[in-house]
Ligand binder design. Sequence first.
Ligand code: PLP
Length: 396
Amino acid sequence: MKHFKKPFTQQEAIPESAIADAVEVMRTGRLHRYNALEGEQTPTELLELEFAEYLGVPYCLAVTSGGYALQIAMRAAGVESGDKILCNAFTLAPVPGAIHNTGAVPILVEADDDYCIDLDDLEAKAKASGAKFFMLSHMRGHIADMDRIMDICDEYELFLIEDCAHTMGAKWNGKNSGTFGDIACFSNQTYKHINSGEGGFLTSEDPEIIAKAIMYSGSYMLFERHLAAPPKEVFEQIRFETPNFSGRMDNLRAAILRPQLKDIKRQCDRWNERYCILEKGFRLSDAIHIPERSEKEQFVASSIQFSVLNFNREQIAQFQQKCSERGVMLKWFGGAEPTGYTSRYDSWKYIDDMPKLSKTEKILETLMDMRIPLTFDLDDCQLIAEIVVEEADAIA
Ligand SMILES: *Cc1c(COP(=O)(O)O)cnc(C)c1O
C-alpha cells in the first residue's frame, strides 16, 4: 500500500533574494517603518506602493496581520459599537473576532452548496437586519457571484469590505479580487499566498478611508511618509480625530515580502497546476463531490475542498483516519470539536443570540479540506489523489 511522506504544513523556503534583503535591513538596524535616513525610502513604503500597483488601486497600507486589517477597515468605514455587519458563517475565526473587537454584531449568512456565501440568504438578511456593512470572506479562495453581490450591495447600500486572505492573485471576470469592495484586506501569514509569518494589507480607492486607516495603524504625524497614500490635505482633520491602534508593518517583513510579490503570478500558477491534478484525481471517486466553479472565477487554489455527501459521521471519521494513516492529512469541518486551525461558527460562543444555520451545518457536516503547500510536486499530488480515492471507495 502506498504512503505519502511529506508534511502538510511545510511551506517553501523564503527566496534567497528576500533573505539577503532581510539581512541587509538587519545590518542597518532600521527595522521600524518610519526609521529612515534623509531621503531614504523604506522597504515598507515601497512594498505598499508595489502592492497598490499590483492590485491596480491607488492606496495601500501594510499592517501586522490580516485580522488587524479587517478590524481597522471597519473602524475606517465608520463602524460603531452595536452596528450590524453581515458576514459569512463559513469563515475563519479572525473575521468574527475582528467584528467583535469593534463592538459590532455579526449577522451570520449561510453557506451555499458551492462553499460560497448563500446569496439568497444574504439578500434576505440585508433586508431584514437593515445592516449597512458587509464583510465578505472569499473563504478558501471560493469567489461567489460578484455581479450579484454588487447588485445586492447597491440595492441595500451596503459598505463592502472584502476579506481576500485566500484570493491574493485571484480574479472574477478578469477583475482583481479586492477591487470590488470599498476596502479589501489581505493576509501575509505563513499559510496564505505570500509569507512573512504575520502581516497584512488594507487597500482602498477612497482617500479618506485610507487616511483614517493609516492613522489607526499608528502613523503618529508621519503619514506623509506613505507613498501609496493621498496628499497631506486629506489628513488635515482626520489626524486629530483618529486614535492610534498601533499595528504597523515593519521593514524586516516588508523586505521578505517584496521579492515574493514580484513572483506571485508564477506561484499562483503552480498552486493551480497542483489543484488541477488533485481535482481531476478526486473526481474519479463517486463518493467525492466537488462543486463546479463558475467560468468567471479565476481562482488561486492553495487548498482544496470536497464533500463526501453520502458518508455518515462514522464513515467520515474513518475515512479521515485511514487517509491519515497513509500520510494524507484531511481536515473535516463537521468534526464535533473544532481542531487545529479549523473553526466553526457554533464555536464562537461569545456571539449573542447565535442563530441556528441549518444549511451551513449541513454543508460543513460532509466538507473536507486539504492544504496544497508548494513543497508538494506534481507526482505528490497524483499520489495523494490515488490514496484519497482508494480510501473513499473502500468506505463507499
Ligand atoms: C487567515 C485569514 C484571515 C486573517 O489572517 P491573519 O493574518 O492570520 O490575521 C482572515 N480571513 C480568513 C478567511 C483567513 O483565512
